[in-house]
Structure formats: structure tokens, C-alpha cells
Design a binder for this molecule. Structure first.
Ligand code: FAD
Ligand code: EPU
Length: 342
């Protein structure tokens, strides 16, 4: 093994996943500089190991110990890197905390990321599932991504189109899965900013504070207030946010369901399909607040599975399967997990 890299053996991952699952990594490395990845690639033993690229661990489910090398992306740095008449370009390294980066852009006076405030995790993971919340997705403002390719050893740039973004999806979950590490992300933020109040909750929160013409920071504060009310803090109770994606169905399926369930929340998509609210479907099946051993469904949001303390990844996965079976039996809709199973 490469003695010049500070690789730790049999390392606990409990503090590295927001479910708080007590799994271990055979080998673990804090990646503080991109050239460490080149060294790994140049070492036959290290290259042969199964590899897990890890950010904040807020969108993974560890189903057991990891028999390989965990690369914890810890590179730091954020800066404005250019501008033109319409746009300011800002770049952040993969290891920066996402929310801290959003707050930094707002402190510089740059709007554009405020609806994505308080999403846990790292900058480098944000493009992986095209993080989204409150009427915005990272694809709306992402300019480019720098990646290191483990198969070629080459560092290159992908522009927005090359990332093939879709709802909770990107090229990094498909063709490039496991092949590249994201090193940094560049955003194109608009100089002529307009508030995005498409999501009713955000508009209502601002109205409740009598704010008619919000600043980016005020939109951020509103999003933070809503999220804090609805979602569990992983430091208090283990979770990975939404455990399932919202299912996308045809208009015909929506119509059939609506006839039987008039209260069904359904959101028409630009391509004619319809997004259903997985949280509502799970809630209707009576799962909200239920516990199966140490695994459970959050009492305020049925889409969030939680670790009440001491749950294994398999406990959470088993509960998820029970919920999937119930929703399928009752509504004929197949739920797909959002976190990555490791
Ligand atoms: P990790 O969990 O560490 O990794 C996730 C995946 O990305 C893994 O496959 C990993 O291998 C890969 N990966 C990580 N870093 C890199 C890298 N640098 N290069 C290549 N691959 C990498 N998500 C939303 O979209 N919207 C929300 O509103 C939202 N709310 C949440 C609320 C809570 C309370 C929690 C716990 C989670 C929430 N999430 C949400 C999910 C999660 O925060 C995001 O998916 C986040 O981007 C994950 O970042 P991470 O650094 O923790 O990724
Ligand atoms: N609902 C219920 N019962 C519940 C939960 C939700 O009836 O227990 C209903 C709500 O009343 C509402 C609808 O379902 O009518 C949607 O709920 P909410 O607005 O809370 O949003 P969501 O669809 O559950 C999605 C994202 C979140 C994101 C929020 C805000 C997915 C899978 N989840 O949740 O993302 O923060 O919208 O935009 O798309 C994540 O990905 O981890 C995540 C937290």
C-alpha cells in the first residue's frame, strides 16, 4: 500500500453517515488535495480495492461494513471566479459544506442558491442527484463540474448539458457512476436576481412575515424556517431526508387514482407526466410515526425514515421494503429509494 498516503484501517463510518449507522471501512482516506487521487490511481493495490467516494453521508444507506477504500472528499475553497454583464461565476471545492457555501454566496450579495438552503451534505455531492427543494434544482444554476476520472486518470470539465440532469438524477448516477470524483462545482448566478416563490410554502412563509419584496437572504431564511419545522435534524435523529423519490406517473394513472382518492396531491410536469407525493401515499397507508424496532417513519413527514438509535442499515432497508409493498398494494405505485445503498 502507498505509505505516502495517510490511509486509516478499520475506520468507523458512524460519524460519516447521517443515519448514524455503525458500519466500518476497511480503509479510509481524507482527500484534502486532488493529487491524492492521482496517487491512488498510480498504486496497483489501492486501485484494485472497491471504492466509495463519500461527502457528508447524508444520502447513503450503509447496509454493512465497506470492504474497500472510502475516499472522504475534504478539499476546501470557495471564490468568485469571473463575471459578465448578466452573471457572476462562483466555484466551490467538493469538500465544502453545501449550506455554508450557500450562506457564503448570500453574504457576498449573490442570489440564486437561496431556495436550496439547509440541504445537508457537501458541494461535491450536490450534482449527483441534482439536489432540489422549494421550486429549485441545482441544474438551474450549475455552470460546470470538474471531475477526476479513475479509469483514465484525467481531470476534465463537464458543462451543464453533459451532466444530463433530471429529477433526482444525473449522468453521475448512470454512465459515470463510480468512475469519477467531482473535485469542484462552478455556478452561474444571475446579477438581475428575481425571487423564486413558485413553492406555495415559501410564499406563505414570507407573507406571514409581511415581506412583499424579499431579498435572497430573506428567501433563504424562509426556506430554513420551513425546513426546520418539517424535517428532522440528523444530529438529533438519524435520517437521510426523503427516503423515496416522488413517483412520476402518466396522466392516465393520475386520473384513475384521483377518481378514488380526490385529495391525492399531483403535480403536472412539463412533459405531460405527473409527479405524486410519496409522503402522502405512505401517510395514507398509516405509516407516519410508526416504528419497527429501532427503525421508524418520522412523525411529521412520512417520506423520512429515521434511526431511533442502534438501527442497522438492514433494519432501515427492511422497513423501506414493507412501505414499498403497502404503497404498491394500495395504489399500484412502485416507490424507488432516493439514497444510495452501499
Ligand atoms: P453522500 O451521502 O456522501 O453521497 C451521496 C452519493 O454521492 C454517493 O453515491 C457518493 O458516492 C456520491 N458522491 C459524494 N460526493 C461525491 C464526489 N465529490 N464525487 C463523486 N461522487 C460523490 N436532497 C435534496 O435533493 N433535497 C432536499 O431537500 C434534501 N433534504 C435533505 C434533508 C435531510 C435532513 C437530509 C439528511 C438529507 C436531505 N437531502 C436532500 C439529501 C442529501 O442532503 C443530498 O443528496 C446531498 O447532496 C448529499 O450530499 P452528501 O455530501 O452527504 O453525499
Ligand atoms: N404529505 C403528506 N404526509 C406526509 C408528508 C407529505 O400528506 O407525511 C403531503 C404534503 O401535505 C404535501 C405533499 O405531500 O401535499 C408534499 O410534501 P412536501 O411539500 O413536504 O414535500 P415532499 O414531496 O415530501 C420534496 C422533496 C424534498 C424537498 C421538499 C421541498 C423529494 C423526494 N423530496 O418532499 O427533498 O425538500 O419537496 O421541496 O422530491 C430530499 O430529497 O431528501 C428532500 C428532503
Amino acid at each position: 500500500m502507498a505509505a505516502h498516503l495517510p490511509i486509516r484501517s478499520d475506520h468507523s463510518l458512524r460519524e460519516h453517515n447521517t443515519f448514524g449507522i455503525a458500519a466500518r471501512a476497511q480503509c479510509f482516506l481524507e482527500v484534502v488535495a486532488a493529487d491524492m487521487l492521482l496517487k491512488i490511481n498510480g498504486d496497483d493495490d489501492l486501485r484494485a480495492l472497491p471504492r466509495l467516494i463519500l461527502g457528508g453521508g447524508s444520502n447513503i444507506l450503509l447496509t454493512g461494513d465497506f470492504p474497500g477504500l472510502v475516499l472522504h472528499m475534504a478539499m476546501k475553497g470557495m471564490a468568485a471566479v469571473g463575471e459578465d454583464e448578466e452573471t457572476v461565476y462562483v466555484r466551490a471545492a467538493a469538500g465544502e459544506n453545501w449550506h455554508a457555501f450557500v450562506q457564503w454566496t448570500l453574504a457576498q450579495g449573490y442570489g440564486g442558491l437561496e431556495n436550496l438552503s439547509l440541504i445537508p451534505g457537501s458541494v461535491g455531492a450536490a450534482p449527483i442527484q441534482n439536489i432540489g427543494a422549494y421550486g429549485a434544482e441545482i441544474k438551474d444554476v450549475l455552470h460546470a463540474v470538474t471531475v477526476f476520472d479513475f479509469t483514465t486518470g484525467v481531470t476534465s470539465n463537464l458543462d451543464n448539458a453533459a451532466c444530463e440532469f433530471a429529477y433526482r438524477d444525473s449522468v453521475f448516477k448512470r454512465r459515470l457512476h463510480g468512475k469519477v470524483a467531482i473535485l469542484d462545482v462552478t455556478f452561474a448566478l444571475p446579477k438581475r436576481w428575481q425571487a423564486n416563490l413558485r413553492y406555495a410554502d415559501v410564499a406563505q412563509e414570507l407573507a406571514a412575515h409581511q415581506i412583499a419584496a424579499p431579498t435572497p437572504q430573506q428567501v433563504s431564511d424562509a426556506v430554513i424556517a420551513i425546513r426546520t419545522r418539517k424535517l428532522p435534524d440528523p444530529l438529533a435523529i438519524g435520517n437521510a431526508g426523503s427516503f423515496f423519490k416522488n413517483p412520476v406517473v402518466s396522466a392516465a394513472v393520475r386520473n384513475t387514482l384521483l377518481a378514488q382518492y380526490p385529495a391525492l396531491p399531483a403535480y403536472a410536469q412539463p412533459d405531460g407526466s405527473v409527479k405524486l407525493a410519496a409522503g402522502w401515499l405512505i401517510d395514507q397507508c398509516g405509516w407516519k410515526g410508526r416504528r419497527v424496532g429501532a427503525a421508524g417513519v418520522y412523525e411529521k413527514q412520512a417520506l423520512v425514515l429515521v434511526n431511533h438509535g442502534g438501527a442497522s442499515g438492514e433494519d432501515i432497508a427492511r422497513l423501506a421494503r414493507q412501505i414499498q409493498d403497502d404503497v404498491l398494494a394500495r395504489f399500484g405505485v412502485q416507490l424507488e429509494p432516493e439514497p444510495v445503498f452501499i
